[in-house]
Write a protein that binds this ligand. Structure first.
Ligand code: AMP
Length: 376
């Protein structure tokens, strides 16, 4: 039986194992946190990602290695890649860890982004404001997630406050995009270069955290899915990518503007577990293990609702038609992703009706945003 080594043992690793175990794989994780969500499904080495002994054990005991978390030091992944196959390739991790390099990479491959400018001192901050104009967004180049490490800047005073809070260097200023909606494209590429794209997904964020994904996204312009797959296809080729890649876009007047990419399975792809012929998790395992990829075709219509802060009563939510509950087994904490609920339906009308009856599962603003979209 082959062993897949995973850097990280959070919910993404857990769902990878839930997809990989039926295919005959064993799982071994390295993660610094005790009682991680994936630890029930294989062996976990509890150690920091840089721990040389833990990494040696991971390399010795695994047939191949993947990761569920993009803030792992690239040096760790490169070291592992000297003796074991590591997918997605380390170059993908490196390009996605720094927002400046990532945006430059997108532009080099003909993919539009918001205009951006690096900020490393007061002079470059002033220059960025002069070039990009207000409002703009200041973000840390590295280690930001779920809206953390970023500020919307509307005035010069805001800019100074954000600049100081972000540490005065290693910052990127981005023009504020007045987007119509947020979309993501999940793609998978195999070792042989075979590539599949899931349909675009529409995402609703609140306080920087994904709350709701609708799949497939309704597209009035049938060209949009083609635009996304052409762009993401270029990224996959350029990186000689293997595994699942997620790219987040803004849509503005029928045009796609790339925001960021994640070289891993992605929260906006969780709907694929019940809502697609082959889930993103199964396809990631198939890709990294060199197996034929599965059909990404959607099964009807899905809404994925993230569960943040506290788990709902399972005896209630499981009465919702088409509902599937995923509890990651994490300790409840304000703002923490504890699980998700996917509602699947055969028709869009049925999905909308079920969502309408269960809007209490969403933050008020997300519910309003969804209703506004419905009424357009
Ligand atoms: P990020 O951490 O880059 O994924 O940003 C989190 C959220 O902030 C995004 O999902 C958007 O809702 C918003 N956002 C990020 N960058 C921009 C931008 N340049 N213009 C407008 N909104 C943005």
């Amino acid at each position: 039986m082959k062993t897949i080594g995973v850097l990280g043992a959070g919910q993404l690793a857990r769902m990878l194992a839930l997809a990989g175990i039926p295919l005959g794989f064993k799982f071994l994780y390295v993660d610094p946190s005790h009682s991680s969500p994936a630890s029930l499904l294989g062996e976990q080495i509890v150690a920091p990602f840089e721990d040389a002994t833990a990494l040696q054990k991971l390399a010795d005991s695994s047939d191949l290695i993947t990761y569920e978390f993009e803030n792992i030091p690239v040096s760790v992944v490169r070291k592992l890649a000297q003796t074991r196959s590591v997918f997605p390739p380390p170059i993908a991790l490196e390009s996605s860890q720094d927002r400046l390099l990532e945006k430059q990479f997108f532009n080099q491959h003909g993919i539009d982004t918001a205009p951006f400018y690096p900020v490393d001192d007061q002079a470059s901050l002033e220059h960025a404001i002069a070039v990009l104009k207000l409002p703009l967004i200041l973000k840390t180049r590295r280690f930001g997630y779920d809206g953390k490490g970023q500020f919307l800047v509307k005035s010069l005073e805001d800019a100074i406050t954000a600049f100081n809070q972000l540490g005065q260097k290693g910052i990127i200023a981005e023009g504020f995009v007045k987007f119509d909606r947020e979309l993501s494209c999940i793609a998978v590429r195999g070792i042989d270069g075979a590539t599949f794209f899931y349909p675009l997904v529409e995402n609703f964020h609140h306080q920087g955290i994904l709350r709701l994904s609708l799949a497939p996204a309704l597209v009035h312009n049938s060209d949009l899915n083609l635009q996304a797959s052409a762009q993401v296809g270029r990224i996959l080729q350029a990186l000689d990518y293997v595994g699942i890649l997620a790219v987040e876009f803004f849509e503005k007047e029928g045009r796609l503007i790339a925001n960021e990419m994640a070289p891993r399975v992605h929260n906006s792809g969780h709907w694929t577990i019940e809502g697609a012929e082959t889930s993103q998790f199964e396809n990631h395992i198939r890709a990294v293990a060199g197996l034929p990829l599965g059909d990404p075709k959607p099964r009807g219509f899905s809404a994925m609702i993230n569960i943040i802060g506290s788990m709902p009563d399972a005896t209630k939510v499981l009465k919702i038609p088409g509902a599937h509950l995923h509890d990651y087994g994490k300790e409840p904490r304000a703002g923490r992703k504890l699980g998700h609920l996917t509602i699947r339906a055969d028709s869009l009308e049925e999905l909308n009706r079920t969502l309408q009856e269960n809007l209490n599962l969403l933050p008020l603003e997300t519910a309003k945003q969804w209703q506004n979209r419905l009424n357009r």
